[in-house]
Design a protein around this ligand. Structure first.
Ligand code: ATP
Ligand code: MG
Length: 261
């Protein structure tokens, strides 16, 4: 079966600065892969390559077996900040992605789906509220619902929970895991939080510092739901990733040993 995402020998430079040396990884259909790596190594750039927002300088990126330019309809994004339109209520924010992609008539047809997605993220009763009336976690839930309403087969998430407090983050992680299990989507999830990756991923693709290569790919096969902080089966993996990660980003990262840092 064709992989949902395939990077094959991808090279990239920005303004003469080499960013990717050679990046190779795949994401199978239905798989939950976390892309982990130090700041500036090109994690967000990987998502932009997949979304056809940047072209590679060498090698190939394939999305559902096709060039990204032909596969944009398979893909939806969730960013670090929810990027909601403040003048639109929650329901019409959830429909915004569909409206931009498919036009108003199609967006109107998707209203029942939008309500269903809002219910899935626990906001069924907030459809008529405005973004200013929501908490940070609720806004991020709206962004997740908005991504799902275009019915992408691949959801790209760029540190979607990093701006949230630890409890909200934990709740949303559990929620995204449930949604993934329920919908069978492929998820590529960028994070630089090791415990987040260990909680969510079927596989973790660890990137080096620039010029970037894949340093290691780690299969996480512990049963779900996981609590990496006190799961002895994950302890060795956690230690190893911590060690590798520290060697990549020696001074600037918070200590990942902190509970749910
Ligand atoms: N449009 C651009 N022009 C020039 N350089 C860029 C551009 N976009 C990204 N870069 C550089 O490419 C590198 C990778 O950027 P990217 O945003 O992908 O990093 P990242 O891994 O997502 O980092 P972070 O964890 O801090 O979000 C960085 O060095 C960045 O400065
Ligand atoms: Mg980034």
């Amino acid at each position: 079966m064709t992989d949902a995402i395939a990077f094959d020998g991808v090279r990239l430079a920005f303004g003469g600065e080499p960013i990717y040396d050679r990046v190779d990884f795949t994401v199978a259909r239905g798989e939950f892969v976390c892309l982990l790596g130090p700041s500036g190594c090109g994690k967000s750039t990987a998502l932009r390559l997949i979304g056809d927002l940047v072209p590679p300088d060498g090698g190939t990126v394939r999305v559902d077996g096709r060039p990204p330019a032909e596969a944009w309809s398979e893909v939806a994004f969730v960013f670090q900040s929810p990027r909601l339109a403040p003048w639109r209520d929650v329901l019409s924010n959830v429909l915004l992605g569909a409206e931009l992609r498919f036009g108003r008539a199609e967006a109107r047809r998707r209203e029942p789906l939008a309500r269903e997605m809002l219910a899935m993220v626990g906001l069924a009763s907030s459809a008529a509220k405005y973004p200013s009336m929501l908490s940070g976690g609720e806004r991020q839930r709206v962004a997740i619902a908005r991504a799902l309403v275009v019915e992408p087969s691949i959801v790209l998430m760029d540190e979607p929970f990093s701006a949230l407090d630890p409890n909200t983050r934990r709740r949303l992680r559990a929620e995204i895991e449930r949604i993934w299990q329920h919908t069978g989507r492929t998820v590529l999830f960028v994070t630089h939080d090791i415990d987040e990756a260990l909680t969510l991923a079927d596989r973790i693709v660890l990137l080096s510092g620039k010029p970037t290569r894949v340093l290691e790919t780690v299969v996480v096969d512990a049963p779900r739901p996981r609590r990496p902080a006190d799961d002895p089966r994950l302890a060795a993996l956690r230690d190893r990733l911590n060690q590798l990660f520290r060697s990549l980003e020696p001074s600037s990262e918070p200590d990942p040993q902190e509970p749910d840092a």
